[in-house]
Design a protein around this ligand. Structure first.
Ligand SMILES: Nc1ncnc2c1ncn2[C@@H]1O[C@H](COP(=O)(O)OP(=O)(O)O)[C@@H](O)[C@H]1O
Ligand SMILES: [Mg+2]
Length: 208
């Protein structure tokens, strides 16, 4: 369920510190400057229920990988139903900071849940809604962590995982291939990454 009238669904992905939240507003500015109606979202969150799931995920409660999975998916299911699908149906562009690939990276590769199960659970949560374009910002190991420390970002429960966890997550992102997936080198200067991201987005916006 990728093709839809008017609307385009664009997702930013990649490991912690790759620059997703830095590139998102720059891309948003370019999309709006091109005269297109835009809705931006960041996961988990964006609806009352999804923000409640976000708080539960960010707080320091112990939770199994499976409990974590369903909190993320509850947030995603609500966001897709209440915000993303209506925006796409209205012909708007949706730009999301993380989507279902994050769940494959963190809960399957990171936490060790069965990948086929995670994919099926993702599809159930989204009703099969796929992104038209997924931009993956790739980073060499360790760079994201260094950036976060330098930027003074307070780590959430996933940020605080061991180096080895983050290495597996980053390696997964570097290796992902599939329809609509475009890899960008997140280690380049912000302006260059944002420019490369815009080139890819422009290509998708022109498609009918
Ligand atoms: N291309 C880049 N080069 C150098 N520093 C960057 C780059 N992109 C982002 N940063 C910095 O790295 C930190 C993490 O960026 P952020 O956008 O929050 O990453 P993410 O949202 O992917 O976790 C921030 O301090 C940001 O200013
Ligand atoms: Mg971010």
């Amino acid at each position: 369920m990728s093709a839809r009238a008017g609307g385009r669904f664009i997702v930013l992905e990649g490991p912690e510190g790759a620059g997703k939240s830095t590139v998102a507003p720059r891309l948003a500015e370019r999309i709006r400057a091109a005269g297109l109606p835009l809705v931006t979202v960041r996961e988990p969150g964006g609806t009352p229920v999804a923000e409640a799931a976000r708080r539960a995920l960010l707080e320091d409660h112990p939770a199994s990988g499976m409990a974590e999975l369903f909190l993320f998916l509850a947030a995603r299911a609500d966001l897709v139903a209440a915000v993303i699908r209506p925006a796409l149906a209205a012909g708007q562009v949706v730009l999301a900071d993380r989507y279902e690939l994050s769940t494959e990276a963190y809960q399957a590769v990171g936490r060790g849940l069965e990948p086929a199960f995670v994919q099926a659970a993702n599809a159930a949560a989204t009703g099969g809604l796929r992104a038209d374009l997924t931009l993956i910002l790739d980073l060499p190991d360790g760079v994201g962590r260094q950036r976060q420390l330098a930027g003074g970002k307070a780590g959430d429960r996933l940020d605080r995982e061991a180096e080895e966890f983050h290495r597996r997550v980053a390696a997964f992102y570097r290796g992902v291939r599939g329809p609509g997936i475009v890899h960008l080198d997140g280690s380049r200067p912000v302006n260059e990454v944002a420019e490369a991201a815009w080139d890819a987005v422009e290509g998708v916006l022109k498609q009918h």
